[in-house]
Design a protein around this ligand. Structure first.
Ligand SMILES: CCCSCc1cc(N)cc2c(=O)[nH]c(N)nc12
Length: 371
């Protein structure tokens, strides 16, 4: 039986609730995936991630290639055993991080050559090697090796790049050997509607368990991004999960879920938490601001997370000012719980057939008044 069945449980407009079966359990979509770049979601224990409703974690092939190395992770039982998370894992293919982190030396038909950001050593990544690494790491969802073009890029560059990504997808698929891993293709095309449609349609020529919308959330405006998301989900098949890569602001999740996106990831909630900010329905509060030093309220009234149930804004503001680790930990925990509660409420609204009302209520509270 297919280890990656995806069934639609409910619909409300273009939004949908899905049930996605994996070898490491069933998950409900739409869902937000915390990013555990080097095999850990910074500062948070796997048991606490489970407690706040995290379902799928992400890790970076690029980072784990550089340190500790896929062979070591494989010898130690694979990502699930190594990192103590028994739910589903997704690994990105490495190309994006090379272009955003590594010192890219060359990109050609074969793949990319980059200089490690750790020790400057030269490393080659190809579709075949990316898949071999992801197979050794043992994630449930693996990504085809792609190029995420820089923003902005010329139409000529976007077209040549998406065509190469399609050839790399074919090579990624040919290199895949494990039936217990789901390979997602990644559509590109930047913010050019014609090229975005071309890349999405050509990616669909490969019958895959899921499809990612790549090349967005790379610096373009929301006005440029969302028409591409809408165009993508109009073309992508209803019956397969859609993954919008790198999107993690609450308002963007609400808009994209309304367009039929099922999976999200972003470092935003944990990174902004480490920098001292909490996500709240009205937007974001920065605990470095002196106004919170005597504020007895929780980060967010009504939030059920450990940070909100146990501590005041005043205490967390103190921790942030004192540069205590616990400050970033509590804020990361709350911010992830905030996004998981948002997707939980979204799923309930979809089941009730009232996603439109849910999105309007969210927008009124988020944009209706200043904090
Ligand atoms: C662990 C991080 C996963 S998402 C990283 C990411 C983020 C964004 N915004 C775009 C892309 C993309 O186009 N391709 C790939 N492989 N990854 C992307």
């Amino acid at each position: 039986m297919d280890p990656f069945r995806f069934t639609i449980q409910a619909r409300s407009g273009r939004a949908r609730v899905g049930l996605l079966t994996t070898p490491h359990g069933r998950v409900e979509t739409p869902l937000f995936m915390p990013v555990g770049t080097q095999g850990s979601v910074k500062g948070l224990l796997p048991k606490d991630l489970k407690a706040i409703g995290s379902q799928v974690l992400l890790a970076n092939t690029y980072h784990l290639l550089l340190r500790p190395g896929p062979e070591r992770v494989q010898a130690l039982g694979g990502l699930h055993r190594f990192a103590g998370w028994d739910g589903p894992w997704l690994t990105d293919s490495g190309g994006f991080q090379v272009m955003s982190l590594g010192h890219l030396r060359r990109i050609d038909e074969e793949g990319v050559v980059f200089q490690s950001h750790l020790d400057g050593s030269l490393i080659r990544l190809t579709p075949e090697r990316s898949i071999a690494i992801q197979e050794a790491l043992g994630a449930d969802f693996i990504m085809a090796f792609d190029e995420c073009p820089p923003y902005p890029s010329s139409p000529e560059y976007l077209k040549a790049s998406l065509e190469r990504t399609l050839r790399w997808l074919e090579r990624s698929l040919k290199a895949k050997t494990r039936p217990d891993q789901a390979l997602f293709g990644i559509a590109q095309g930047g913010t050019d509607a014609g090229l975005r449609a071309l890349s999405t349609r050509e990616t669909l020529r490969f019958d895959l368990p899921g499809y990612a919308i790549g090349g967005l959330a790379v610096g373009e405006t929301k006005e440029e991004m969302f028409p591409m998301v809408a165009l993508s989900t109009e073309i992508l098949p209803e019956a397969k999960p859609r993954y919008l890569m790198g999107v993690g602001h609450p308002e963007d999740l609400v808009a994209a879920m309304g367009l039929g996106v099922d999976l999200f990831d972003s470092v935003y909630p944990t990174r902004t938490g480490r920098f001292g900010s909490a996500l709240v329905p009205e937007g974001r509060i920065n605990l470095k601001n002196a106004q919170y030093l005597e504020d007895k309220r929780p980060l967010e009234e009504g939030c059920d997370c450990y940070a909100c149930q146990t501590f005041s804004r005043a205490y967390i503001a103190h921790l942030v000012r004192a540069e205590e680790m616990l400050g970033g930990i509590l804020l990361s925990l709350h911010n992830l719980r905030f996004l998981h509660r948002l997707t939980e409420r979204a799923r309930e609204a979809i089941r009730q057939g009232s996603y439109g009302a849910f999105a309007r209520e969210f927008a009124e509270r988020r944009f209706g008044k200043e904090i």
